[in-house]
Design a protein around this ligand. Sequence first.
Ligand SMILES: Cc1ncc(COP(=O)(O)O)c(C=O)c1O
Length: 441
Amino acid sequence: MKYISLATDIPGPKSLQLATRRRAAVPRGVPQLTPIFVNRASGATITDVDGNAFLDFCGGIGCMNVGHTQPAVVDAVRTQAEAFLHTCFMVAPYEVYVALAEQMNRLTPGDCEKRTFFVNSGAEAVENGIKIARSYTGRPAVLCFDDAYHGRTYMAMSVTAKEKPYKYGFGPFSQDVYRVPFANPYRCANAAETSLEAIEDTFRHRIAADQVAAILFEPIQGEGGFIVPPVEFVVGLRSICDKYGIVLIADEVQTGFGRTGRMFACEHFNVAPDILLSAKSIAAGLPLAACTGRAEIMDQPGPGALGGTFGGNPVSCAAALATLSLFADETLLARSERIGQIFRERAKQWQRYFPCIGDVRGMGGMQAIELVLDPKDKQPAPELAKQLTQHALERGLLLATAGTYSNVIRLLVPLVATDEQMNEGLEALEAAFQAVQCEVA
Ligand SMILES: Cc1ncc(COP(=O)(O)O)c(C=O)c1O
């Protein structure tokens, strides 16, 4: 059976009409990665308004780990929506919020007593993680990394590295933010050592360690290009934080909920952060984010200091509880590993005959291909990435790029994708590589 089925040119006439309306109604600053408009989605497929069926390797940028319209989640949403939609947890609380906080405290790395509260987006989780770390330590500064992405609110932009398009023209940004190189083994021979030394050097020359509230990091950088740091780097961050009394904040917004083959990516490094931020796939497509951390840190801000009108909306919490129950056995985590393996094997073969593939990397179902002009000098090839996603789209495969130079093709396919779906999607990607290669030659 084939999952991709294209009935019109892409975009089809109905998508084109909607694009015209969109241009007139929505500011151009809101990106549109593909020109299609969606009618339905299920599992790892999306059908557009023109009746074209696509395989979805983007998963709503990492939100759909358990698949589109996952039946258990849809049932939970329906049941909760019929009971009540919103009371505001701060006014009239409800059990699903507390039950979800209990689950998050249990599932996140670290055996200590924990607390969790909920907000609406990854960026808002980042804001709160930093607020809490500052409140707990009484220190102002935050250390973050090159190539990091943490969102679009002001503090989140301040700790995000990439200038264009995320920060350009939006300054001034928050003070007391210090950025050091992330440990990128593809582009630096002694990546962990170099990056850890840069932190110590920052403490010597730019900001005293006893003024630093938090080190904020992504265990695997997402928008930065799926950069997997060496284990020693993450272990080293933990040691530095322990040494100087700094709060270690792991941003697992993109890496969480099985994406890397473990529930949370920190598990690969055997490191427990003090605060773990999650969002995206937590509620299978509904807006929700969590801030989970050691009880004594999370309880530092006083009554009334944390919250928000919609934070922990009951429908989102019900969706999240249903999502977590799908991870109760290890099937989805095993699927994540299997999907990663299928992708890697194929991509490693391609690397032999497509010289533009500089690197194939990732963990579990979080995999990527970095495109370069020449594998020796590793100069980024963003134009190739653009052409490749366009050719893939024309063949019915939705793909997203990443990377500071937008030269990385990333895999965020729903973890419910079957082997058949993976192989069909990879056929389309291989055909896209061939088409790009022909254009270059
Ligand atoms: C690692 C990371 N942190 C934070 C964010 C921001 O999340 P949101 O878009 O929900 O605000 C993202 C979004 O891509 C992310 O990948």
